[in-house]
Design a protein around this ligand. Structure first.
Ligand SMILES: Nc1nc2c(ncn2[C@@H]2O[C@H](COP(=O)(O)OP(=O)(O)OP(=O)(O)O)[C@@H](O)[C@H]2O)c(=O)[nH]1
Ligand SMILES: Nc1nc2c(ncn2[C@@H]2O[C@H](COP(=O)(O)OP(=O)(O)OP(=O)(O)O)[C@@H](O)[C@H]2O)c(=O)[nH]1
Ligand SMILES: [Mg+2]
Ligand SMILES: [Mg+2]
Lengths: 278, 285
């Protein structure tokens, strides 16, 4: 039996709706389903009654392919010349500061030393928040006066790391809307001046289709290297993981699974795609 | 009032001089896509567009321009769900701000306090978040920025006693706004804490603070907050980004309340009473 477009219409549109209901961005879902259709049209199958299963398997494979990257965070940290300078960016309230604290804990458990740079010189309580994390983790925090230049704070942190043989600098930045031209210019400047080894985009699994828009804009502005998706412990289907990855084509290296330091897990794309099909 | 992508399909209806089924089908498909991209719940979108289609194909009022007739229907059906603005009355009350982690509660607390202050009320702010590092400092700084009396206990971990002390200390204020820690429906301990806070304060108004970019998960959250303590209104934050706030429709229908305010930025004055017109045209993209 040769698969025709009409055989695929119904199962594909049901799967597309399923993706959208799982919080995958509408346009991304449409593109993925379109690619699956092109893959299957003209394909020869044994029994027509198997179409539903075949379509579902093709979609699963397509989704897994979206997450197929060669980047390994642990080997990167191990082999890269120290100090490694990592910059965290993202919109307001997604979990950047908390993620930095968790990543610091993770690195310290793997015997790397860290320096936290308070590059959020704007928001009320930002310095206090990251300082408290630094205290709990017993790791150095570099901070400046409120309203100071974020790039200068991060620059100082890297200098400190070099002078004191610290392995990784984690640079925090203020949350910002990708629609704010001045703030997007600022983040571009911060990147230019501090020249990070890795730029990590932090976004939250609770966000809907806007996750795509902001990932796209931040990628355009500062060229993201990897993504951390937070708050997957909330009651979410996590479709934004697909939308973001499809859009920027960069790996999700960690997911945030809660508010404590141990709530940071490696992103497991197989587990994730299987969850989606439950 | 309709966004550019819908204007084209509306024009097709107008062009035919009468409302034909095919043009209406195309319009409802476009509306569905816009609303889904704006994160409006799939079922809500289906019900809404069914309603729109049914009404659009009915006999239109004599002499009415077909295009205006359909635009009016789309608008009316959305207002039915979104509702009119639900700003609180300007009188003595205790307000509790609740919501997911990072949704904007602490920032909104200071904006709301500033709003009432500008209306001539005496307002106080209470820091009811004993978890988040720097929460006390954050609200204290924001309170100072808008010159509003503040109560908090920096090292405390019994949130109910902090709030009790706050209500006592600020009992000369007409309005007391209590900020709480972020929480979601699966965090049993935090949901339990929220119920205890609600019993302690017995606030006149409990607002669910929601990020405009929230996805389908808003349904579960709104349901569980409503079930746990009852919600009196919704505040949508970060509408100054590209998010359209479609999740707000689910939130108001799950809590059977209205949208009271919109947060349009990080500054205290970036706060407006909800007005359906601008919100709906944005939703339709
Ligand atoms: N449940 C849950 N909460 C999280 C997670 N990650 C962060 N949070 C919470 O989200 C809230 C915001 O976290 P922050 O780290 O302050 O976010 P941010 O991006 O630095 O915020 P801004 O600097 O204000 O833009 C806090 O209450 C965190 O505890 C997560 O993985 N799960
Ligand atoms: N652009 C923009 N940013 C906002 C708005 N409201 C709040 N924010 C920002 O969003 C981030 C999170 O705000 P918070 O007030 O800390 O959020 P929260 O709900 O108290 O967070 P938790 O206490 O951790 O649950 C901060 O960076 C705020 O400045 C808004 O309307 N627009
Ligand atoms: Mg932060
Ligand atoms: Mg807060």
């Amino acid at each position: 039996v040769i698969l025709e477009e009409e055989d695929l219409e119904k199962p594909l549109s049901e799967l597309k709706l399923g993706l959208v209901e799982s919080d995958v961005d509408y346009d991304v879902a449409e593109k993925i389903i379109e690619e699956v259709k092109e893959e299957l049209v003209g394909k020869e199958i044994k029994w027509r009654k198997d179409v539903g299963e075949i379509v579902e398997k093709a979609l699963k494979d397509a989704l897994l392919k979206i997450f197929d990257f060669q980047f390994n965070f642990d080997s990167y940290i191990q082999s890269k010349e120290k100090p490694i300078n990592i910059l965290f960016v993202g919109t307001n309230g997604v979990g950047k500061t908390t993620t930095i604290a968790k990543v610091s804990k993770y690195l310290m458990e793997n015997n790397y030393s860290t320096v936290l740079a308070c590059g959020d010189t704007f928001r009320a309580g930002a310095t206090k928040q990251i300082s408290e994390h630094g205290e709990s983790l017993d790791t150095k925090v570099i901070k400046h006066e409120k309203g100071g230049d974020p790039a200068a704070v991060i620059y100082d942190a890297v200098e400190f790391a070099e002078a004191n043989n610290k392995d990784v600098v984690l640079g925090d930045t203020a949350g910002r809307m990708h629609t704010d031209i001045n703030l997007m210019d600022q983040i571009k400047k911060i990147k230019r001046v501090t020249n990070p080894d890795l730029v990590i985009f932090v976004d939250e699994a609770v966000a809907g289709s806007d996750a795509v828009e902001r990932a796209k804009e931040f990628h355009k502005a500062v060229n993201i290297d990897a993504v951390v998706l937070t708050k997957i412990d909330a009651d979410v289907s996590g479709g934004s993981a697909i939308s973001i990855t499809y859009e920027v084509q960069k790996p999700i290296i960690f997911v945030g699974t809660g508010q404590t330091y141990s709530d940071l897990k490696k992103f497991d794309s197989e587990w994730f795609v299987n969850q989606l099909f439950k | 009032k309709l966004g550019n992508s819908l204007k084209k399909s509306i024009r097709k209806i107008a062009g035919s001089g009468r409302i034909d089924e095919e043009a209406v089908d195309e319009l409802t498909r476009d509306i569905q896509r816009s609303l889904l991209k704006s994160d409006v719940d799939v079922k809500l979108v289906k019900n809404l567009t069914d309603q729109i289609k049914e009404r659009a194909l009915e006999k239109k009022p004599k002499g009415a321009n077909p295009r205006e007739h359909v635009v009016k229907i789309v608008y009316e059906e959305l207002v039915k769900i979104v509702g009119e603005g639900g700003a609180p009355p300007i009188e003595s009350q205790d307000i509790l701000l609740l919501g997911l982690q990072g949704s904007g509660k602490t920032t909104t607390a200071s904006k709301l306090a500033n709003y009432f202050k500008n209306k001539g009320m005496k307002v106080g702010l209470i820091c009811g978040d004993t978890y988040r590092p720097g929460a006390y400092e954050q609200l204290k700084t924001l309170s100072q920025k808008v010159a509003i009396p503040f109560y908090g206990e920096e090292e405390a971990d019994d949130v109910v006693s902090v709030i009790k002390n706050g209500l006592e200390t600020l009992n000369d204020q007409e309005i007391r706004i209590i900020d709480t820690a972020g929480r979601h429906s699966l965090e049993e301990e935090l949901i339990k804490e929220m119920k205890e806070i609600e019993k302690t304060v017995s606030p006149e108004n409990k607002y669910l603070v929601i990020d405009a970019s929230i996805g389908k998960g808003v349904k579960e959250q709104a349901k569980s907050f409503e079930k746990a303590v009852g919600i009196d209104g919704v505040i949508i934050t970060k509408i100054d980004g590209t998010a359209k706030g479609g999740g707000a429709l689910t939130a108001v229908s799950e809590t059977n309340t209205k949208i009271a305010f919109l947060g349009t930025g990080e500054k205290p004055e970036e706060f407006e009473e909800f007005d359906p017109e601008g919100f709906i045209s944005r939703l339709l993209g």
